[in-house]
Design a protein around this ligand. Structure first.
Ligand code: CDP
Length: 240
């Protein structure tokens, strides 16, 4: 696969064209940003770790009947993906209350609830990725009600697959953000972007220690070590 021009540059990743019209190369950068770019740092090795973690999780979803953009790993920081048309929405699944949801609902972090909570965010940096509802998304022309139903169903299915997968690694999947796109070849709604410690909250089941981007957000140190521990444990699960 021949690497072509840079077609998108985000804070934490780059996307390159290839000589195939429906395939792109995703490159995970070592940069980390938080609080809508207010906080920014570079962690050597983070890109390679997220590339591998995301590959394991997306491949697991592909093999369990959830279509994602992931095709194969190419190098340390790069993976081959299906080209998609981005839908600027984030579907956020919560299994336990953490982060800004704790403030929003007025409950302590770690609060356990029996149901699964699904939030919708408008992916828009200028507006700080606000929480919106389905009617807002349709009003803005971002997706149809039918597509939104598909995204919610798919997000719940992803959660029901990844929660036990992380559990086998001794990690609690507290919450995660999922993004969708329309595949350029078939038009199907598929999971795009990464699923990694940058987009999930992952707590060590034994110690409660945070193993995700909160280590950076909250200045808890050992960011790369924690991501590396997540990868090591997921590899142990897949090699079983
Ligand atoms: O991070 P915060 O608690 O403010 O927002 P959330 O939407 O409740 O976050 C839930 C999960 O989605 C966390 O694991 C975040 O890291 C992730 N997230 C993300 O990856 N990108 C965003 N723009 C917003 C949230």
């Amino acid at each position: 696969m021949k690497k072509g021009a840079l077609i998108f540059e985000g804070n934490e990743k780059q996307v390159f064209a290839t000589d195939h019209p429906d395939k792109v190369i995703f490159r995970y950068k070592d940069v980390t940003v938080a609080y809508n770019n207010v906080k920014r740092a570079r962690f050597i090795g983070k890109g390679a770790l997220n590339n591998q973690i995301s590959a394991i999780l997306l491949d697991y979803l592909n093999r369990n009947g959830v279509e994602t953009h992931f095709i194969s790993l190419l190098s340390d920081q790069e993976q081959l993906c299906r080209k998609i048309e981005i839908i600027p929405l984030q579907v956020v699944v919560h299994n336990r209350i953490a982060g800004s949801l704790a403030y929003r609902l007025g409950v302590p972090e770690g609060f356990r609830h029996a149901n699964t909570i699904v939030d919708l965010r408008y992916n828009n940096d200028d507006l700080d990725d606000p929480i919106i509802n389905r009617d807002h998304a349709v009003a803005l022309g971002l997706a149809t009600y039918q597509e939104l139903d598909g995204m919610y169903d798919c997000a719940r299915r992803v959660n029901s697959l990844l929660k036990p997968f992380f559990h086998q690694a001794g990690i609690e999947l507290v919450d995660m953000k999922i993004e969708f796109g329309r595949a350029s070849d078939t038009g199907a709604l598929i999971i795009s972007d990464e699923i990694s410690p940058d987009t999930c909250r992952l707590w060590d089941e034994a110690t409660g220690e945070r193993m995700d981007k909160d280590r950076f957000r909250l200045d808890l140190s050992r960011v790369v070590e924690s991501y590396s521990n997540v990868l090591k444990r997921l590899k142990q699960v897949t090699e079983q």
